[in-house]
Design a protein around this ligand. Structure first.
Ligand code: ATP
Ligand code: MG
Length: 437
């Protein structure tokens, strides 16, 4: 490991040189140094400097005050990118939810507040010198994740580090050092004090792992994280969880919401809803994930066109692609019905049906609320009842979506409803009501 040297973008060397020439010691730190030493592409190069934010702002012409109170100034480089330059910091106080930091004079202090040894290596871009006071490079060679300092103390300072440990171990396929692991599993109950936003962000990072989230997800289960944070999936029978995790792996890293849906699919819809609300996902994401997780498989091969349209009316077209991908991934990873080829064929059938542009929603009907008003119906929930019933009828045969015929039919339905039968059209006799988006 020690013979691998990071290669920094020119801009990183330029920033370091400019600061050093102004008299401020400056190092590259954090994820980029770690990734470079692991021979992986590093995205965000972060710099740590002795200069205060004000001094950094005075040294460069183009800066952005990203988080000056935390010591971070963005420096715009000639490559058009922005690099974060952060004043050396040390932890002064912690509450388990956030570390409170203060500026420091020495890179040692800055490194000692970082979470894991592999994240606590500094590299000097001008001298090509590594500063690794906690043995991060050795741990890398041993594929070992270890906290900087006493594990239990470090986790108590910020419980998010528990989740970060599992994420990094999963991402790099590292083992977790025994002391670190023991401390970690003894403190999982405190995870419930973390803000939902931080938990969500961590989970999303796990689910974006390229190529496989499964290692971290297995650690979530084994470490008791699911028990505390995601009881809805912790209670799943073993086989179901394992299958879900394999499906997650088989889905693309760029689709974390799809992966989340795969993970939650074996859970009951009410449990899924509770979990999504707790994670404070956006409304749009909540909607998509909940629908994907609850959607049944694609209609079986050989389903009639009416079945295909009813399925589409309920699940497509917003989520149908997602469902197809979930089904295909699920079929690929296990010997379960249906086989991949059958999924592909079912998908073909659906697409062919969709190409005929059939009416699938109330809005596609040739009659609408205005027509119902003209018939003397009062706007209200009854409108939806009438139109839903018409849609059920039209889904059976798109040719029925013909205005004159549909108006007559609407009249009949309306009269029947007016006839004062309050249990009305949501009775099973009229088939499922549309509830999807
Ligand atoms: P990623 O590739 O996921 O961004 P990273 O190592 O860059 O990994 P960041 O969250 O971007 O992780 O943080 C950058 C660095 O800041 C880390 O490498 C680590 O040194 C330090 N750090 C971040 N969060 C914490 C934390 N909660 N406790 C201690 N140190 C942290
Ligand atoms: Mg980072």
């Amino acid at each position: 490991m020690s013979d691998v040297r990071p290669i920094a973008p020119g801009a990183v060397r330029w920033i370091a040189r400019t600061l050093e020439e102004a008299g401020y010691e400056t190092w590259a730190v954090g994820g980029a140094v770690r990734d470079a030493l692991l021979g992986r592409p590093s995205a965000d190069w972060d710099l740590a400097t002795r200069a205060t934010p004000k001094q950094v702002q005075r040294t460069f012409r183009r800066t952005v005050p990203i988080g000056v109170e935390h010591g971070t100034v963005g420096v715009l480089a000639r490559d058009g990118l922005m690099y974060e330059v952060t004043t050396f910091r040390k932890d002064v106080e912690t509450d388990g939810r956030h570390a409170v930091v203060e500026f420091a004079d020495r890179i040692e202090d800055d490194l000692s507040r970082r979470d894991f040894t592999i994240n606590a290596i500094a590299w000097h871009p001008l001298r090509d010198e590594l500063f690794d006071p906690f043995g991060g490079a050795d741990d890398m060679s041993a594929a070992m994740l270890r906290t900087v300092g006493v594990a239990a103390d470090r986790f108590r300072e910020d419980y998010l580090r528990i989740l970060r440990a599992l994420r990094f171990a999963g991402r790099f396929d590292f083992e977790i050092d025994e002391g670190t692991w023991t401390a970690l599993i003894s403190l999982t109950d405190h995870l419930s004090t973390l803000s939902p936003e931080r938990v969500r962000e961590e989970l999303m990072k796990v689910l974006s792992a390229d190529p496989r989230p499964s290692h971290a997800l297995s650690l979530y289960r084994d470490g008791g994280i699911n028990r505390v944070l995601f009881p809805e999936v912790d209670s799943l029978a073993g086989g179901l969880w394992e299958h879900a995790v394999r499906v997650v792996d088989a889905l693309p890293p760029g689709r974390p919401m799809l992966r989340l849906a795969a993970l939650l699919r074996p859970a009951a819809p009410a449990a899924v809803a509770a979990l999504l609300v707790r994670l404070r996902l956006s409304n749009a994401d909540t909607d998509v994930v909940a629908h994907l997780a609850a959607a049944p498989g694609l209609p079986a091969r050989g389903s009639g066109a009416g079945d295909l349209r009813r399925w589409l009316s309920r699940y497509g077209p917003t989520v149908m692609r997602g469902v197809a991908r979930l089904e295909l991934a699920s079929a690929r990873v296990a010997d379960v019905e249906p086989a991949p080829l059958e999924v592909v064929e079912a998908w073909r059938g659906i697409r062919a049906e969709l190409r005929t542009a059939p009416p699938l929603a109330i809005g596609d009907l040739t009659v609408g609320g205005r027509d119902l008003m003209r018939m003397g119906l009062k706007p209200g929930p009854v409108f939806k009842d009438v139109l839903s019933e018409l849609l059920v009828w039209v889904l059976e045969d798109p040719a029925r979506n013909e205005r004159e015929e549909l108006l007559l039919r609407a009249q009949e339905v309306a009269e029947r409803l007016r006839g004062g039968n309050s249990s009305g059209p949501s009775d099973g006799a009229f088939g499922p009501k549309k509830s999807g988006p």
